[in-house]
Design a binder for this molecule. Structure first.
Ligand code: SF4
Length: 411
């Protein structure tokens, strides 16, 4: 089952900002741990979201031995461990290296590659795993790529428009015969390229040569004209894409399950690893299980994984909030989960498509979706709910569940 979304920049997105960064970004990695309120946090880059079952077991074991016993997926299809001791980096690094999850110390944080998670499966576009692995290798071999920010993102789209909508810095959209369209930042254009992966790397290296002091292409070159000229490209209007992304449940040739706000216990991850030989972490807090038997859906649901595409949990996200983040005005994940569980049982609620919804503990709105979405912001006294700029409603915690459900109605 697929949910429509637009690959184009949304009118609800903030205008591009020409930001010049005066310092190195603090984006965490596998070696550079972030000191969160609930302990150190490590982010493991997972290009294309591709994880073998053995790698999942290594991550689950590390989370159990070194962290809080859980793993969470990020909006870029990476995986995080939380609750680590401040000095856990060395042992974690050794575990990750042994599993092929830390192939380069110098390029760890720049291996941000998302790929269409259904690519190569029946009804989807071309298999992109070869592109993912080639781009990962080229990135690690590029000296200048070391200068990229840990926030710089590559998106490899199979032509369905799912990850093309993720506001990446460099996007490849697969075309017939192994070619692609290359989109730069938020450009409304894309250029045909015959050697897609090398073209994507060249775009990233050209961005480094701009020496703009910016972390993202959208900050230094919002319409991509500087980079297109530097690369000698001939951009054309971006074609309309189907704009589809997987929702949870059964697909042709795969199962897709959701993780509650992207987080799951080590035991839940081990169950996923026992289901397939290779899984794909999606940028939407879920996991695709290629070739999995649909008969396993009840077992996955019983283990607490999301498998119902008609649940209000679908397309619902939340920032870390308390107790993991000191900036948060509320334990947003606990309160959001209660609101979603409460509305799941209410009669008369609309069925999907519901607008995406995101809970935030402060104005930074970490991890919010792109496109049109419902913003639920903690105020300290309750929540402020906005569907569009300028239409905010203040509610108490008790009123929040019904107010969010109403705001998500699309008709
Ligand atoms: S949105 Fe605010 S409260 Fe939530 S994780 Fe980000 S900084 Fe913390």
């Amino acid at each position: 089952m697929l949910a429509a979304m637009s690959p184009s920049p949304s009118p609800f997105e903030p205008a591009p900002v020409r930001a010049v960064r005066g310092r190195d970004d603090a984006c965490p990695g596998a070696l550079r741990l972030h000191a969160a309120d609930d302990g150190a946090l490590a982010r493991v880059r997972v290009p294309g979201g591709l994880l073998s079952s053995d790698q999942v077991r290594v991550l689950a074991d590390a989370a159990t031995a070194l962290g809080d016993g859980r793993l969470e997926s990020t909006s870029r299809g990476n995986v995080q461990l939380r609750g680590l001791a401040a000095d856990a980096g060395a042992e974690l690094g050794a575990r990750l290296r042994s599993a092929g999850l830390l192939p380069s110390d110098t390029h760890d944080r720049v291996r941000n590659i998302v790929a269409s998670p259904l690519a190569g499966l029946p009804g989807a576009g071309a298999d992109l795993r070869g592109w993912v692995r080639q781009l990962d290798e080229l990135l690690q071999g590029s000296e200048s790529a070391r200068a990229l920010s840990g926030r710089f993102l590559f998106a490899l789209d199979d032509g369905t428009g799912d990850v093309a909508a993720l506001d990446a810095d460099v996007t490849l959209i697969a075309q017939p015969a192994g070619t692609a369209l290359l989109r730069l930042g938020r450009a409304a254009t894309a250029a045909p390229v015959a050697d897609p992966v090398r073209a994507a790397l060249a775009a990233a290296e050209a961005f480094v040569r701009l020496d703009s002091g910016s972390w993202r292409v959208r900050e230094a070159d919002p319409d991509g004209t500087l980079l297109a000229a530097a690369l000698g490209l001939d951009p054309r209007p971006l074609p309309a894409l189907p704009g589809t992304r997987p929702v949870v449940g059964e697909h042709d040739g795969a199962l897709c399950v959701g993780l509650r706000f992207g987080r799951a216990s080590a035991e839940q991850w081990r169950l996923l690893a026992a289901t397939v030989d290779e899984l794909r972490v999606t940028p939407w807090r879920g996991v695709v299980l290629p070739g999995a038997d649909p008969a396993r859906l009840p077992e996955l649901a019983a283990a607490g994984l999301r498998t119902d595409p008609h649940s209000p949990w679908e397309r619902a996200t939340a920032c870390t909030g308390s107790p993991g983040c000191a900036k948060s005005l509320a334990d947003v994940r606990t309160e959001a989960a209660a609101a979603l569980d409460a509305t799941a049982g209410l009669a008369g609620l609309p069925v999907p498509p519901l607008l995406p919804v995101h809970w935030s503990g402060c104005e930074r709105r970490c991890g919010h979706p792109v496109g049109e979405w419902v913003d639920v912001l903690a105020t300290g006294d309750g929540y402020r709910i906005s569907q569009l700029p300028g239409s905010a409603t203040e509610v108490t915690n008790q009123q929040m569940a019904a107010a969010v459900a109403a705001a998500r109605r699309t008709t």
